[in-house]
Each structure stands twice: as structure tokens, then as C-alpha cells.
Design a protein around this ligand. Structure first.
Ligand code: SAH
Ligand code: SF4
Length: 369
């Protein structure tokens, strides 16, 4: 037992100073204790199962121009694609047949009527093709509350929309000042998602140019105050197609990876019953990093099940892994990897975040009083 045990075991204080220390301390014993306690907290409050979401990268057509992103509209070197209905249904059926329990449909952001109708019909078709047993998460950017409601009714039950950074000043440096990339719009979209009834997920990029450890600590506080159900966060990575490669970054890649693992562990201690993903971006820095994230309290993995011919074109960042591993190989790979983590793969389970039920039940009991 070392001096840090009690400090981390009791309800972790979310004051900024404590959080910054946990994110940056050079003390190896503090680091090890943090990771151990995060794993204990996950096992106790969320379980020791790893939930799968088959990732379907539906389309790289995007109307936004987020400076950091490889598929932003102004990057003319990208070959644009949209999967056919059949390809999407086949991917969903693959996930269902291979016991993944759920899928994520991720896409560049479009808000035209044709896109909204298409996603609605894909949701309906997936329900039909998988006996209404496959849970679908959407990650298709900012939409109006009406669109969120339409997709919710059609069968989308979870939504991932990263805040990217909870610091509005930093957010502004990452996006064009054209009125279409506003921090307050992002925030409002997240609020609409919750109001609509989605299991709501958000997240940030870690190690951005201009980002400080204090800002990351505030991101953790943001997740807690916003009462999110799921978080997916990972290191910021350079990409050739981006519009910010001239920006000086004070974080090297090893530091971004370390910060990412610590963010996961501290968040697990702050929000014990949420779902936390071991994001794909981690793996770009270190092939073992997604498993390392499980050793820090993560409980969700997203094997890529996008048809191979599209993988190259969905490069949010450079050196994205898994360009050649098809869905079946990917599932098998993760099954083998999980064996070494002390966790169990959650086959055929939707893997709803317990936090969602805890917060909505609490809300209901408050309404009754
Ligand atoms: N268009 C949707 C979904 C696709 S982008 C949306 O923006 O929500 C999904 C996530 O990829 C973004 O939220 C962002 O956090 C991440 N991303 C984009 N470019 C990145 C980069 N260069 N490094 C790390 N993550 C990146
Ligand atoms: Fe489009 Fe999402 Fe990339 Fe922004 S982050 S450019 S919305 S795909």
C-alpha cells in the first residue's frame, strides 16, 4: 500500500490541481497506482467485459473544413466515396453474425435532405436485416434537433459527437471562422442529443497544438458536468491533408500517448460507470496502445468492418492502422488480444453504458418526487 492509494480510492476530487497532477506527475508509483485503481473501478462499476462496436466508415463526403482532419472539404486530394446500401447492410449483418452486438455508422458531415433520408432508411433496413438485435451508434456530425429525433425514431440509439476541446478559444483555432464551425453550435448539438434521449458520447483530441494540461483537466470536468454516457478520446495526429501542419506542437507523440492513457484512467475514476473507448488513433503511435488503454480502464473496442476498398480514403489522420485487415481478421485479432487483459469479450451484447440507466433512472425518481 503506498501513499496514493487512499487519495485515488475515495471519490476523486475533481479540482483542477489534482487532475493536472494526475495527468503530468513524473512519479512512477503514482502512475502505476492510477492505472491499477482505474482498472479496479471499471471492473467494479462497469464490469470487466470489453464491448465491441463494428466501425462502418459510411462516407468521407463532408461539408465541414475542420483544420485537423484529413477528409475536410477543402482537401482536394481525397477520393470521395459513399458506401452503397447493400454494403452497409452487409457490414451490419457481418457484425450481427459475428456476435459484435453493435455497430457505429461514422461519416463526414452532411445535412442535406438526401443524406438525412438516407441515414434514416439505412437505420430501418439494418433493424430489419438483423432482427432488431443490433444496436446502432451514429457519428455523423452536428445536425438539427429535428434530424437527431428522426434518426432516433428510426433506430439510432447512441450518438458520438466530440466536443474536440472544451476550451472555446482553442476550439476556434482548430476551425475556420466562417460561422459554420462554432463552439456554441457544437455544445447545443450535444444538448439536443441528450434531450432527444440518445445515449450520448463525446470526446476530445489530446496533445493539440496550444493545448495545456490544465485544458485537458477542464475537459475531464466538462465530461463530468455534462454527465456524458460514453467518451471516445485519443491523441491528435498530424495529417497531410490538414490545414494546421505549420502549427508548433509542444507535445511529441510519446507525450500525447501518455496523456491519452492518463486521461482514460482519470476519467474512469471520475465517472466509473460510463463506457470509454480504446480509440483507433492510439494505435497509430504504438501498436499495443489500444490494449494499454484497456489496462487503464477503457471498456470499448471498435474493430473496423468497413469494406477494404474504402479504407484508404477514410484517412482522418496519416498512418491510420488496419488498412488491409478485413472485418473477420480484425474481430479475430481483438479476440486474441483481449485474452491477455484479464477482461472478457462481450459477444452478442449491446453494451449499453450503465451510466445511461443510472442517470435516467435518477432523473425519473426526481420527477416522481
Ligand atoms: N464527421 C464526424 C465524424 C467523423 S470525424 C464528426 O466530425 O463528428 C470523427 C473524429 O475524428 C473527430 O471528432 C475528431 O476528433 C477525430 N479526428 C479528426 N481528425 C483527427 C486528427 N488529425 N487526429 C486525431 N483525431 C482526429
Ligand atoms: Fe468533417 Fe468530421 Fe472531419 Fe470535421 S472532423 S472535417 S466534420 S469528417
Amino acid at each position: 500500500m503506498n501513499k496514493y492509494h487512499n487519495y485515488l480510492l475515495n471519490d476523486l476530487s475533481s479540482d483542477r490541481e489534482t487532475l493536472v497532477e494526475l495527468l503530468t506527475s513524473q512519479d512512477p508509483i503514482l502512475r502505476e497506482t492510477l492505472f491499477d485503481k482505474a482498472v479496479m473501478a471499471r471492473n467494479l462499476h462497469a464490469g470487466n467485459k470489453i464491448y465491441f462496436r463494428g466501425l462502418i466508415e459510411y462516407s468521407n463526403k463532408c461539408n465541414k473544413d475542420c483544420k485537423y482532419c484529413g477528409i475536410r472539404v477543402d482537401n482536394t486530394t481525397t477520393t470521395r466515396y459513399t458506401m452503397t446500401d447493400n454494403e452497409v447492410i452487409e457490414a451490419a449483418r457481418f457484425a450481427w453474425n459475428n456476435h459484435l452486438g453493435s455497430v457505429v455508422i461514422q461519416s463526414g458531415e452532411r445535412s442535406d435532405k438526401a443524406f438525412i433520408t438516407k441515414i434514416t432508411s439505412l437505420l430501418e433496413k439494418i433493424r430489419e436485416a438483423t432482427n432488431d438485435e443490433l444496436k446502432v451508434t451514429l457519428s455523423c456530425g452536428e445536425q438539427t434537433e429535428e434530424t437527431f429525433r428522426t434518426w432516433f425514431k428510426a433506430g439510432g440509439s447512441r450518438y458520438l459527437l466530440r466536443i474536440e476541446t472544451s476550451n472555446s478559444g482553442l476550439f476556434e483555432t482548430l476551425h475556420p471562422t466562417d460561422g459554420k464551425h462554432l463552439f456554441k453550435t457544437r455544445l447545443r448539438a450535444l444538448e439536443s442529443l441528450k434531450k432527444t434521449g440518445y445515449q450520448t458520447g463525446t470526446g476530445v483530441m489530446i496533445g493539440l497544438p496550444g493545448q495545456t494540461a490544465e485544458m485537458l483537466a477542464m475537459d475531464l470536468t466538462f465530461f463530468k458536468n455534462f454527465n456524458v454516457d460514453m467518451v471516445g478520446m485519443g491523441p491528435y495526429l498530424e495529417t497531410e491533408g490538414s490545414d494546421m501542419n505549420d502549427a508548433v506542437n509542444q507535445w511529441n507523440q510519446a507525450e500525447r500517448l501518455e496523456l491519452s492513457l492518463r486521461m482514460i484512467a482519470v476519467l474512469r475514476l471520475l465517472m466509473k460507470d460510463i463506457n470509454i473507448a480504446a480509440s483507433t488513433a492510439l494505435q497509430v503511435i504504438d501498436p499495443e496502445a489500444r490494449i494499454a488503454a484497456i489496462h487503464c480502464g477503457a471498456n470499448v473496442l471498435m474493430p473496423n468492418i468497413t469494406p477494404l476498398q474504402y479504407r484508404e480514403s477514410y484517412q482522418l489522420y496519416d498512418n491510420k492502422p488496419g488498412l488491409t485487415m478485413d472485418g473477420a481478421q480484425n474481430v479475430h485479432y481483438w479476440e486474441e488480444q483481449i485474452k491477455h487483459t484479464g477482461c472478457l469479450p462481450a459477444w452478442d451484447e449491446a453494451g449499453d453504458p450503465l451510466h445511461y440507466y443510472n442517470r435516467t433512472r435518477k432523473h425519473e425518481s426526481e420527477l416522481i418526487q
